[in-house]
Design a protein around this ligand. Structure first.
Ligand SMILES: [Zn+2]
Length: 246
C-alpha cells in the first residue's frame, strides 16, 4: 500500500501524540523553536580532505553536528520526518556554494560559471530498504532545486555506487573505517556516460549528510579520481567537531 510517508507521520502524530524530534517537547514533530534554531546556525569549515595524490579538496559544512541539527538529521534519516528536508537542503546548498567558492552574484554574471554537479555518496541498499527512503538523495535533490532557484546551473548525478560489501561504520575508528571502505565505491558506467561531454566543464561536488572521519568521502574522491573525474569540492550538511586522522 502506497501511503506517502509524510501522511503516515502526520496521522501517527495526530493519533499517538507527537514530540519534537529536536527538543522532545510534546506537540509538532519539529517545533517552531527548533526550526528557528536551524536557521541561525553558523557555517562550519572542516579541514580539507585529500585526493589520492595528496592534493587538498576544499570542504564546507552547513554547520557543526550539534543539536538541534544532529537531531534533525537523525529524525529525517531514521524516522522519515520528511518535512525536515528543507532546512537540511538549505544547509547543504549553502555548503556547496562555499566549497566551490561561489559568490551569490556569480549566478547572474553574463558569462556563467561551469555547471555544478552534485554527487551523493551512495547509501547501502539494505539501509534504504529499512528506512523506506534514501535521505541523502532526497536532500541533494532539494539542494539542487534551491541552487537553481538562486540562478545557478546545477544538477545531480548518482555517479557513485557501492562495489564491495561494507560493514556498518558505527563503532569503527578512522583507521578501521578506511580499511572497511577501501575499494568500496566505484563509478557507475551508465551515469558516467549520461554525464557525457559536459563533464569537462562541470564542477563536481561530492556530498554527504554528516562528515565524521572523512573516510567515506575520501573513498568517493578516490573512486571519482580513478576514472578521471575531477572533484571541485566536498559539501556536507553537518560536520562533527573533531576529526581524527582525516
Ligand atoms: Zn523542538
Amino acid at each position: 500500500m502506497a501511503t506517502p510517508g509524510w501522511l503516515l507521520d502526520a496521522t501517527l502524530d495526530l493519533l499517538l501524540g507527537g514530540r519534537c524530534a529536536g527538543c522532545e517537547r510534546p506537540g509538532r514533530t519539529w517545533c517552531s523553536a527548533c526550526r528557528e534554531a536551524l536557521g541561525t546556525l553558523s557555517p562550519a569549515s572542516p579541514p580539507p580532505l585529500r585526493r589520492p595524490d595528496g592534493t587538498a579538496v576544499p570542504v564546507a559544512a552547513g554547520a557543526a553536528y550539534v543539536p538541534p541539527l544532529s537531531s534533525a538529521i537523525v529524525a529525517h534519516k531514521e524516522r522519515r520526518r520528511l518535512s525536515l528536508v528543507d532546512p537540511l537542503a538549505e544547509l547543504l546548498a549553502e555548503a556547496v556554494t562555499r566549497a566551490t567558492a561561489l559568490r551569490p552574484e556569480a549566478a547572474v554574471r553574463p558569462d556563467p560559471p561551469a555547471p555544478l554537479v552534485l554527487v551523493p555518496v551512495p547509501s547501502r541498499p539494505a539501509a534504504v530498504r529499512e528506512r523506506g527512503h534514501d535521505p541523502l538523495r532526497r536532500t541533494v535533490r532539494r539542494a539542487v532545486a534551491r541552487l537553481r532557484r538562486e540562478g545557478h546551473d546545477a544538477g545531480w548525478v548518482p555517479l557513485l555506487e557501492l562495489r564491495a560489501r561494507v560493514r556498518d561504520q558505527g563503532g569503527l575508528d578512522a583507521v578501521e573505517r578506511r580499511a572497511n571502505l577501501r575499494g568500496a565505491l566505484g563509478v557507475d558506467a551508465g551515469a558516467h556516460r549520461r554525464l557525457g561531454r559536459g563533464v569537462g566543464r562541470a564542477r563536481l561536488v561530492l556530498c554527504d549528510d554528516v562528515l565524521t572521519t572523512g573516510a567515506t568521502l575520501e573513498e568517493g574522491l578516490r573512486a571519482l579520481t580513478a576514472v578521471g573525474l575531477p572533484v571541485a569540492g566536498v559539501a556536507v550538511v553537518a560536520a562533527v567537531a573533531v576529526r581524527n586522522g582525516g
